[in-house]
Write a protein that binds this ligand. Sequence first.
Ligand SMILES: Cc1ncc(COP(=O)(O)O)c(C=O)c1O
Length: 376
Amino acid sequence: MIPLFDLTRQYGKIRKEVLDAIDQVILDGRVILGPSVEKFEKELAEYLDVKHAIGVANGSDALVISLHAIGIEKGEKVVTTPYTFFATASCIVRNGGIPVFVDVEPDTYNIDLNQVEQVLKKEEIKVVIPVHLFGRTVDFEKLDFLKQKFGVKILEDAAQSIGSEGKIGNIVKKSGTFGDIGIFSFFPTKNLGAYGDAGAIVTNDDQLAERARMLRQHGSKKKYYHEMIGYNSRLDSIHAAILSIKLRHLEEWTQRRIEIAKTYQRLFEEKKLPIKYPKVEEKGYRSHVYHQYVVEFEDEKTRDRVRDHLTKNEIGTALYYPLPLHLQKCFAEYGYKQGDFPVAEKLSKTTLALPIFPELTDEEIQFVVEKISEVL
Ligand SMILES: Cc1ncc(COP(=O)(O)O)c(C=O)c1O
């Protein structure tokens, strides 16, 4: 059996460290926002080279709190992509706003910033939420252009892209740190994953950081004195201690993900398979961290035939995402319909996520590609 993702193989290697760390947190006794959270926040900020990192309960809350910290009016429009996880758009509605979807690029699957520019020309928009989908960084140069030209605020959804980089001029920055504020998810399957829900908000803006810090804890700085209506969304101390351990391995794990992507690519090329896959680019900075390895087939029928064959051979796959957000029932009131975003709609029918995690072996990759080629 080759799972899409396997947490247990990695745990075998770090088990003692993790159990010791949990033990330390409990022995210390400070299990709500204790020293382990402060330590992880400091280490995360250092790793990303950003001024503030604020641990929260999960990536979805990180989005809600970040948008709340920026502050939008009731009924205000916020631009984002329809080809992402639900939480990217639900945070807009949960803040009283209206999601304005813009289609994605056929090659990167990230929001099409040229189309965003057209929307910004026509409408009053204060916030754009780009997503570095599957671990690939959105074009920072173009985002910067939009920021300069329209004065929009950027909330980066970096839930899937910890460690990926982008470039503006000669400056390389990590995803999540380019915008006014950025978020990460440490959901267990993420490149940096806890053993439960966890997330973080990062920013270089002191005021946004202060608001986010208050919002994660009932809108208060001083206990029992509330300046805003906030949330109970703290990063658990035990998860923080585990994340500190895992952060030390992140670079090595990311390198292995890149190696896996290269191996898939080499095998697809050798077999001349009619597949579109994320090409490993040598740009001088790390534009992709392969959180998911998503390939594209000619049509839905081929994709489904491949998926069935892989399932029969006990190979895990997933569909990211089977129904684009503009067609979700819960967003029906915004009036979108089938055909509005042809690229996202096509990708939802033709893409398939293949197994990728640092402990996946070359033999396993070979087996996956063989099984795909049997169908094609
Ligand atoms: C793009 C994106 N945004 C937001 C989230 C939400 O993160 P969480 O699951 O930690 O709430 C996820 C996670 O699955 C995600 O993939």
